[in-house]
Design a protein around this ligand. Structure first.
Ligand code: URA
Ligand code: SF4
Length: 281
């Protein structure tokens, strides 16, 4: 398939996952789905059809979804595709333990003694992340705050309480999600992590994502979005698109701490998380 056709195909697949009624045929041609799908109750919403994800059996289509019936379904406008980033993966012949860690617990163990950047100096606890090893959603924040540093757990301070509420609102209890940060140690005074600190820490994050293999990633705030997508573009420019990290959809939204300062961002955040929810089914 030519690059142009591959791009067009990816675009159509993203439209379909977001509730559009496009059908992606194996040959890469596109057509509209038929509205009279048998077996579908009027008004019911079908989960994203895994038969249409890459590598799955071709030739089927997903019926048009009906918006507004459950948290995961939104009457969202058409969303264009976004950035796609494929960071280098683990090299079997290297002796770096991080890309080869076999479990989330193994990552947490490596993080616990990590001194790869200056953030190790003032930390009380490392905060590797927590949640379900088979989570369909990975939430990525910036870095531990004060309460996180004291407890060793991610998103448990005021911003974390808001995140927990947001997740509950899309019917995803915290325990079913994997929640982590770009840097695993608290930056002094909660300053933004510096470029070299992020560079030192990000292999842990990529390995965590590789192990969990989520259906979707929610990047909360500019640091998470820019790190996951390897870009300097602003949060505003990155929202409202479906990006990809090694093929996994990445939805960018505001950081919950920012929402506490600016409640005007709650509505757009709610839209973003509901779009993310659609990828979970
Ligand atoms: N803010 C973050 O980015 N992460 C946390 O864990 C807590 C607050
Ligand atoms: Fe290691 Fe990351 Fe902590 Fe830096 S922030 S010391 S790289 S775990």
């Amino acid at each position: 398939m030519s690059d142009g056709r591959a791009l067009a195909r990816e675009f159509l697949e993203q439209q379909r996952l977001l509730g559009g009624d496009w059908v992606v045929l194996p040959e890469g041609q596109a057509t509209h789905g038929t509205p009279d799908t048998p077996g579908l109750r009027p008004g019911s919403v079908s989960p994203p059809d895994s038969s249409l994800t890459p590598g799955a059996s071709p030739g089927q289509h997903r019926p048009p979804s009906t918006p507004g019936l459950r948290p995961g379904s939104v009457d969202a406008p058409e969303i264009p595709p976004g950035l796609s980033y494929d960071p280098p993966g683990g090299d079997l012949f290297s002796n770096d333990p991080v890309p080869q860690a076999g479990s989330l617990a193994a990552i947490a163990e490596l993080v616990a003694t990590c001194a790869k950047c200056r953030l190790c100096e003032a930390r009380r606890h490392t905060v590797p992340g927590e949640g379900a090893a088979d989570a369909r959603l990975v939430v990525v924040g910036e870095g531990p705050g004060r309460v996180e540093d004291e407890t060793g757990r991610p998103f448990v301070g005021p911003a974390g309480e808001l995140l927990t509420k947001i997740l509950a609102a899309i019917e995803l209890p915290r325990e079913r999600v994997f929640i982590c940060n770009v840097v695993k140690c608290r930056p002094p005074e909660n300053r933004v992590p510096q470029y070299d600190e992020i560079a030192a820490c990000v292999p842990y994050l990529f390995r965590q994502i590789e192990l969990v293999k989520p259906a979707v990633i929610l990047a909360m705030g500019g640091t998470a979005a820019q790190t996951l997508l390897n870009t300097k573009q602003s949060l505003g420019a990155l929202r409202n698109q479906v990006h990809r990290l090694r093929g996994i959809p990445v939805i960018v939204t505001y950081h919950p701490a920012a929402l506490l300062r600016n409640p005007n961002w709650k509505k757009p955040t709610w839209d973003d998380v509901r779009i993310a929810r659609r990828f979970i089914g």
